[in-house]
Design a protein around this ligand. Structure first.
Ligand SMILES: Nc1nc2c(ncn2[C@@H]2O[C@H](COP(=O)(O)OP(=O)(O)OP(=O)(O)O)[C@@H](O)[C@H]2O)c(=O)[nH]1
Ligand SMILES: [Mg+2]
Length: 461
């Protein structure tokens, strides 16, 4: 849906700092919209920008009155060959917080409005430079925390998901046209749509949607990381394991039970997947106010995790109290992955073992079992689903919700066909499915939908 220059509506100019704020070599201020070449020319001393070609860079100075604010390079992008599709200028200045801010303010004083979060990308979408799924991928790419998340966002940015959804949306459009044509000729009693063929087609589309939906659990984990909680009695070795995985002393370790009081989060990557590790206060009955608040937080962390590592100190007996604690954890982790890990293996005599329930046994001190634990953490959460083949992944809950609703409409229309209901009923559900799929590809948008998507972006994107 590329548009030519005439079709692009040049909106009033907006500007924002496009680079992260801080001391750096350079910063970039992006300005896009109607009349930006003239506006920037009025505060730029150097070559005249007016007749310059697109994609050219010009050295000069930003000036206010007679005062030079900074030496800069300005890059010109002429519509429609720019990110937004509009005329755009990018000003590269020296990367100090104050100087960048000063240039932005100078530009804003020329009647330019400060851009909202994601507004440049919103304009790119409205001007047909990007499909909606691609625009969302831009935000994902910026927020990506692992190599796999970058890959998944890259694939979506390339347009794969949008094209795939569009392909079966088109099939439904064709089917709807047939059904509705028939409605126009209802008096004549002619049949345009072969009902059996239509049912087959809807079932095929339904299975394609199911296949996409099945990728969501993996997609979510790839995009957001695996919420991983270490739980267990005080002194089980939770903080030690966190430090071992991280390869550095992140959490305090001590022989005193009850060392960790609050939740400690750390990001750890393994084979392209990010785990957000949460160390917790050891679980026990306690009269200490601070510690009991810690225990309460530990329990709530367990109930929000994707993966729970229950750590059992093998050098301590597996007493009834711990057994009942483990049952409680098992109950609150239902539906998620729970790995029971025996710790401090080095403290056991050869051949001794006191945890038949443990899935695996480690020693943070000697490193025994740690590699196996890493592999198990990854394979258990992925449940043998492959993230290395580069297949399509649904990573966004918005897309998943729309697919579920579309699937429901498809089911309804199949039921209507089977029950021999009239084309009116069929058409309502087919249109429902089309609408839902259209919200993914961006054919159907509302202001609220666009607001909620683009507010996730940073300012300047
Ligand atoms: N021998 C041996 N000692 C260990 C091992 N892992 C941890 N420890 C020791 O066990 C004690 C408790 O370890 P922590 O990691 O602080 O235990 P925790 O589960 O975080 O304890 P709380 O924060 O109190 O809930 C420390 O003295 C550690 O050095 C291990 O693999 N072998
Ligand atoms: Mg601890």
């Amino acid at each position: 849906m590329k548009k030519n220059k005439e079709a692009i509506g040049h909106k009033p100019p907006i500007a924002a700092i496009a680079t992260a704020m801080g001391e750096a070599g350079i910063s970039v201020i992006r300005v896009s919209g109607r009349g930006v070449f003239d506006i920037i020319s009025s505060v730029f001393r150097g070559k005249s920008l007016a007749g310059q070609a697109s994609h050219t860079v010009h050295f000069g100075r930003m000036v206010e009155g007679g005062r030079v604010v900074d030496e800069v390079l300005v890059t010109l992008f002429r519509s429609p060959s720019s990110y937004t599709g509009e005329d755009t200028v990018e000003i590269s200045c020296h990367g100090g917080v104050l100087v960048t801010q000063e240039i932005l303010e100078l530009v804003l004083r020329q009647g330019v409005r400060h851009a909202n979060p994601g507004e440049f990308t919103l304009r790119a979408f409205l001007n047909g430079k990007l499909e909606l799924t691609q625009a969302e991928a831009v935000a994902d790419l910026i927020h990506a925390r692992s190599k796999k998340a970058v890959e998944a966002a890259g694939q979506q940015l390339e347009g794969a998901l949008g094209r795939y959804v569009q392909s079966f949306r088109q099939q439904i459009i064709d089917a709807t046209a047939m059904v509705e044509l028939e409605l126009d000729f209802v008096e004549e009693d002619v049949e345009f749509a072969d009902k059996e063929r239509l049912r087959q087609l809807l079932e095929e589309v339904g299975s394609e949607i199911d296949r996409l939906l099945e990728t969501y659990e993996t997609g979510r984990i790839v995009r957001h990381g695996v919420q991983t909680v270490f739980a267990g009695r005080p002194n089980a070795g939770k903080s030690t394991l966190l430090n071992t995985l991280m390869g550095k002393d992140r959490a305090i370790v001590s022989a005193t039970a009850g060392t960790t009081r609050d939740l400690i989060d750390a990001e750890w990557s393994y084979e392209g997947l990010t785990f957000i590790l949460t160390d917790t206060a050891g679980l026990r009955e306690t009269v200490d106010d601070i510690e009991s608040e810690g225990v309460r937080r530990s329990e709530s962390a367990v109930s929000n995790a994707d993966l729970i590592l229950y750590l059992k100190d093998l050098s301590e007996p597996f007493d009834p109290m711990e057994k009942s604690l483990l049952r409680r954890i098992q109950k609150s982790s239902e539906g998620r992955v729970l790995l029971k890990v025996g710790t401090k293996k080095d403290r056991l005599a050869e051949g001794e073992a006191n945890c038949e329930e443990c899935d695996l046994i480690i020693s943070a001190r000697t490193g025994e079992g740690i590699e196996e634990l890493k592999k198990r953490m990854r394979s258990e959460v992925l449940k043998n689903r492959d993230i290395d083949t580069g297949g399509l992944l649904v990573t966004s809950s918005r897309h998943r919700d729309a697919l579920i609703k579309a699937r429901h409409h498809i089911d309804q229309s199949i039921a209507a066909l089977k029950a021999g209901l009239s084309g009116d009923f069929l058409s309502i559900d087919l249109r429902g499915a089309l609408n839902e799929l259209g919200t993914i590809t961006g054919e159907i948008t509302t202001e609220d939908l666009l607001d909620s998507i683009f507010s996730r972006f940073c300012i300047g994107k």
